[in-house]
Design a protein around this ligand. Structure first.
Ligand code: SAM
Length: 279
């Protein structure tokens, strides 16, 4: 019988955030697949857990994934962890989950720390509708295309970024979305120097031109405000009613049709057409 793959989230800073269930799963697993075995070893030592570790990261996931799959198919239980946060979210793991799903292996995701959700919760930006954009490409062209495609995105957007690329990313975001767009820079979440800066893209560019960014960042950017409806063009409405009446429609039917076409309230169009007729 096939074993199981557990996705085990680990703290993004504060070791106290490891849950009882995550701890038990790490204890019970036959082996742990880790992004960086040295990082995970520190966590296991802290928890007092001894367990066989295998490495599974971006550049070995092809052949290591096959080996892990084989062990699970033989009946073993694997706990997958990344350096921090939820495995498979901008982390190696996505491919392993897909391979397990294709092979009919059960996958269990344990809820827990995730930098994106922690940042969104504390950002002060609207949380009702949001999209996760992960890391932007380092290639300038595809990065710009990506941001252009997000220009009229109305949902709150979440980006991951490394500190040494932050200044360039803020400049690109400001250029694409405008300097007035609100942003929350969520830094070093759950750590000693946790900080949330709620500002605008323009001000964030200025701030990090003066002080080099330090630590880990999640950027939570407000969505584009819904386009305001253009003001009622009275002349257009009157002209349209008069045209339709000249085609043989009654005033009532002409008003109804014009109001529908111009997406205006019928009573407004009716009043405008009567006023124009009186003048
Ligand atoms: N899978 C992880 C998750 O979803 O929590 C994210 C892994 S991704 C490789 C690493 C990125 O997550 C960092 O570059 C940063 O953008 C963000 N991050 C991780 N820990 C953070 C923290 N404590 N504070 C702010 N951002 C953090």
């Amino acid at each position: 019988m096939a074993g199981m793959l557990y996705l085990v989230p680990t703290p993004i800073g504060n070791l106290g955030d490891i849950s009882i269930r995550c701890r038990e799963t790490l204890e019970k697993a036959d082996f742990i697949a880790a992004e960086d075995t040295r990082v995970t070893l520190k966590l296991l030592n802290h928890l007092g857990i001894k367990k066989p570790l295998v490495s599974y990261y971006e550049h070995n996931k092809g052949f290591k994934g096959e080996k892990i799959l084989q062990r699970i198919l033989e009946g073993q239980t694997c706990a997958l962890v990344s350096d921090a946060g939820s495995p498979a979210i901008s982390d190696p793991g996505e491919t392993l989950v897909k391979q397990c799903a294709q092979a009919g292996i059960p996958v269990c995701a344990i809820p827990g720390p995730c930098a994106a959700i922690t940042a969104l919760s504390v950002s002060g930006q609207p949380t009702g509708r949001f999209c996760f954009e992960g890391f932007l490409s380092t290639a300038r062209k595809s990065r710009r295309e990506h941001l252009q495609a997000l220009k009229s995105e109305q949902r709150t957007m979440i980006f991951y970024e490394a500190p040494h690329k932050l200044a360039a990313t803020l400049a690109d975001l400001s250029e694409a979305f405008g300097a007035d767009r609100p942003i929350s820079l969520c830094r070093e979440l759950t750590k000693l120097h946790e900080e949330v800066i709620r500002t605008t893209l323009g001000e964030a560019v200025t701030l990090y031109a003066q002080q080099p960014p330090k630590g880990e960042f999640v950027l939570v950017v407000a969505g584009c405000a819904p386009a305001e409806k253009p003001p009622v063009d009275e002349a257009d409405a009157v002209r349209r009613v008069e045209f339709l009446m000249a085609q043989g429609l009654s005033r009532k039917d002409a008003v109804k049709q014009a109001a529908q076409e111009l997406e205006l309230p019928k009573n407004v169009v009716y009043d405008l057409s009567l006023k124009a007729a009186d003048d």
